[in-house]
Design a protein around this ligand. Structure first.
Ligand code: 26V
Length: 748
């Protein structure tokens, strides 16, 4: 990359008479041409990162920053009379739905920046995660036709590298689109687009098509096999071109990472190629696979674990079904020979006529990891207990991380500038340097507080523009932004807000510091209860914001279409980060890390990476509450939410609003929520202990409210969080993967 040459190219771009889209494409292409000319050292060993989601967000600003031309480009175009901020309307590449997909994007960024060779493989969905807006407080979904207006100048179609993927009933062409990931190395994210018949093209149409029908399930299986087989096919072919059919050395040059189980068909395809095309014995092929594959688990929720009916797989992929069945027998024989006394049913690949994709992954992987300390412990003790007993060294923890480039330098340049002025530039490549910032120094504190205040004003302006709501200027900004799920307990926050609302109306909170609650979340299309919770929160927002008696002290806003770009605004402008999942359910969380990096304090439960965040920030800089994972089983044994509420009339008053006509419930949403709390539905009543933890949650919120009054002390807590966040950089996480899992040694 030649920076001067790029600057010249940018200067040569004429803005006159061009549409925003034309300019966007032209500037992006100028950057791309420089990126593509960067010379590459041939890697010794490459990581292939298989993921069904890559939540890249907007590439424009990130890439200009990575190329070191963002500021200058702004000036160049300013002079030409064009404000680059207009590209804030460019669609996010939202080819993912949450933490798992955003993690993949952060890891690509870190690997490139650290100089590790890593190639991401996934699907180039024509439509990303649906766009969300609210109508009468309800979520409305619209197709995310992300390519339509702005195109995709950051990817290159590689038609000459297409590959056929063969199903029993059709052959589909997988055409790669390569997105360069610029850093110390230029890595690639390769997304395959399905081409051929209209049926074939459906494969890369939507992210997570509904799988409640057989047709839907078959489509999901097709998607998974499609990108896994395309990637494996290409990698294996290019190896064979160099080394012939001697695959013994394959693991020296390749490490495969399965980002959850969606790419587990890659295992079967790998075995198929090695045995059928290159004539290895099955046992040899399995041995090589075992030295190549690794698996990261991202959730213990039973409904998210993948099981595919053997019959269904046989229908469209008979050979793959056959190989998985053979692998099942192979594994069983191996266990029988090595571990004669263990009952291995739990770790079986085929169980009850279905393939357990997680068990395939665990069996074949050299390393299996969880994504936070507590999560890995749960994997070892519960989900994969039998496998762990047989092979304890296979399991390890790598706590997640987030890229400080997007989540600090890009989204909070004021804070980054402050660090530059205080420390020089070294911290930018080694976040540990931030430890040197003195958090007790009055000057530092007032500078930090001024930055936080500025980011809050910027956020308020943004929300006003997008949602038409003016946030209270002098208030504590408290955010809960993440996918909508019962275990994440947005409902508990909603009930807490109602509680505060009634107390304020009753004059019971005389010294209350104004609080603004900001929500952002999409509910999965078919997840009725999650949608009901959105409606409920919007009802509460209407009640609270419209009530003159309280609306100068309490405010609620649920932003529409939350995604990566919205997060880049909300996170820096937040004082308090809500991470209140039921202990044991949030594998890690990564939003919590982004908030910490931007100096929000965590108010949360001892779950996922919160535990490690609190350890690093120290008890004084976090607000911890709620049932611990070790207590939950015991609590549930005797817990009766009806009885619990009857003993606390103030809580009862809050839950009564779900049925007493406080809110109109024409759509039956509130009834649905009420049932989830007090009746046996698909889960036991209040399965996620929303009511049980509510009193303690309120205490913690009121503690924050009180302590915020000492502004300097609160700013100190925030600055401590920001400057102790190095551990949660994805650079640290990738170093761990490189060393402990991929064994990249001298590969960079
Ligand atoms: C499951 C399903 C099932 C229905 C269709 C949509 C859908 C989409 C994704 C999943 C699996 C979700 C797995 C996931 O995103 N886990 C998150 O991974 C993060 C990165 O490790 C972690 O921080 C979060 O705690 C974890 O929930």
């Amino acid at each position: 990359m030649n920076r001067d040459r790029l600057i010249e190219k940018l200067k040569d771009i004429d803005v006159a008479g061009k549409t925003e889209q034309e300019l966007y494409t032209e500037i992006s292409k100028a950057c791309m041409s420089e990126i593509m000319e960067t010379p590459q050292k041939a890697p010794a060993k490459t990581v292939s990162y298989f993921s069904v989601e890559f939540l890249m967000g907007r590439m424009f600003f990130n890439n200009l920053m990575a190329l070191g031309v963002l500021d200058e480009a702004r000036e160049i175009f300013e002079e030409k009379g064009f404000d680059l901020n207009r590209f804030e309307d460019v669609e996010d590449a939202a080819l993912g739905n949450g933490g798992l997909g955003r993690l993949a994007a952060c890891y690509l960024d870190s690997a490139a920046n650290l100089g590790y060779p890593m190639c991401g493989y996934g699907i180039r969905y024509q439509y990303g995660l649906f766009k969300q807006r609210f109508e009468d407080g309800r979520q409305i979904e619209e197709a995310d036709d992300w390519l339509k207006v702005w195109g995709d100048p950051w990817s290159v179609r590689r038609a000459n590298e297409k590959i056929d993927v063969v199903f029993k009933d059709m052959t589909v062409t997988a055409v790669p689109y390569d997105m360069p990931i610029y850093g110390k190395r230029v890595n690639t994210l390769r997304l395959f687009q399905a081409e051929g018949s209209p049926e074939a093209e459906k494969i890369s149409e939507y992210l997570y098509p509904a799988d409640d029908t057989e047709e839907g399930k078959l489509l999901r299986i097709r998607q998974e096999y499609f990108f896994s087989a395309a990637a494996v096919g290409q990698i294996v072919a290019s190896y064979a071109k160099k080394y012939g059919a001697n695959f013994d050395r394959f693991p020296e040059f390749h490490a495969f990472q399965l980002n959850d189980t969606h790419a587990v068909f890659a295992v079967a395809e790998f075995l198929r190629l090695l045995t059928q095309e290159y004539k290895l014995t099955f046992a040899r092929a399995v041995d090589i696979a075992k030295r190549t594959f690794n698996y990261t688990n991202h959730t213990i929720l039973p409904e998210a674990l993948e099981w595919w009916d053997v019959k269904l797989v046989e229908k469209i992929l008979p050979e793959i079904a056959h190989i998985l069945t053979r692998l099942h027998l192979h594994a069983k024989r191996e266990w029988d020979l090595s571990y004669p006394i263990e009952d291995t049913t739990e770790m079986s690949i085929v169980r009850g006529g279905r393939f357990s994709m997680a068990n395939v992954a665990v069996y074949i992987s050299g390393r299996v990891n969880g994504v936070a300390g507590i999560h890995t412990k749960i994997l070892k003790e519960r989900l994969f207990a039998a496998a762990c007993k047989n092979d304890p060294y296979k399991f390890l923890n790598v706590t997640n991380g987030v890229t400080p480039r997007r989540w600090l330098m890009l989204c909070n340049r004021e804070l980054a500038d402050f660090y530059d002025e205080s420390l020089g530039l070294q911290w930018r490549s080694d976040l540990e340097e931030l430890w040197q910032i003195r958090c007790t120094n009055a000057d530092n504190l007032s500078k930090f507080a001024a930055i936080k205040a500025l980011k809050k004003r910027q956020l308020a302006e943004y929300i006003e523009r997008k949602e038409g709501i003016k946030l209270l200027p002098d208030a504590i900004y408290i955010s809960q932004v993440k996918r909508l799920h019962e275990y994440k307990r947005q409902l508990m926050t909603a009930l807490a807000i109602l509680y505060l609302y009634f107390d304020l109306k009753d004059g019971k909170l005389p010294d209350f510091t104004p609080m603004v609650f900001i929500f952002g979340a999409k509910a999965a299309s078919g997840y009725k209860r999650a949608k009901a919770i959105i409606k409920f929160i919007n009802d509460i927002a209407e009640l609270v914001n419209g009530d003159e008696e309280v609306n100068a002290r309490l405010q609620v806003v649920f932003v529409q279409n939350y995604g990566v770009s919205y997060a880049e605004k909300i996170i820096p402008g937040t004082d308090v980060s809500l991470q209140v999942s039921t202990a044991g359910f949030e594998a890690s969380g990564t939003g919590n890390m982004k908030f910490m990096m931007n100096g929000a304090v965590t108010l949360g439960t001892l779950d996922g990476a919160n535990i490690e965040i609190m350890e690093k920030a120290g008890g004084h800089s976090s607000y911890i509450f709620g049932a611990k994972v070790t207590e939950i089983e015991k609590i549930k044994a005797s817990y009766d939410p009806g009885e619990f509420v009857a003993q606390d009339l103030k809580i009862k008053r809050v839950t009564d609003t779900l049925t007493d006509g406080t809110f109109d419930d024409e759509g039956g949403e509130l009834k649905e929520i009420y049932a989830s709390l007090f009746e046996q539905t698909y889960n036991s009543p209040d399965y996620y202990l929303v009511l049980y933890d509510l009193p303690k949650y309120l205490e913690a919120l009121l503690r924050v409210n009180k302590e915020y009054q000492d502004e300097e002390r609160f700013a100190r807590k925030q600055l401590v969080n920001a400057t102790r966040s190095a551990y949660f950089s994805s650079d640290r996480a990738i170093e761990e993967y490189a060393e402990r899992i991929w064994k990249l040694g001298g590969s960079r």
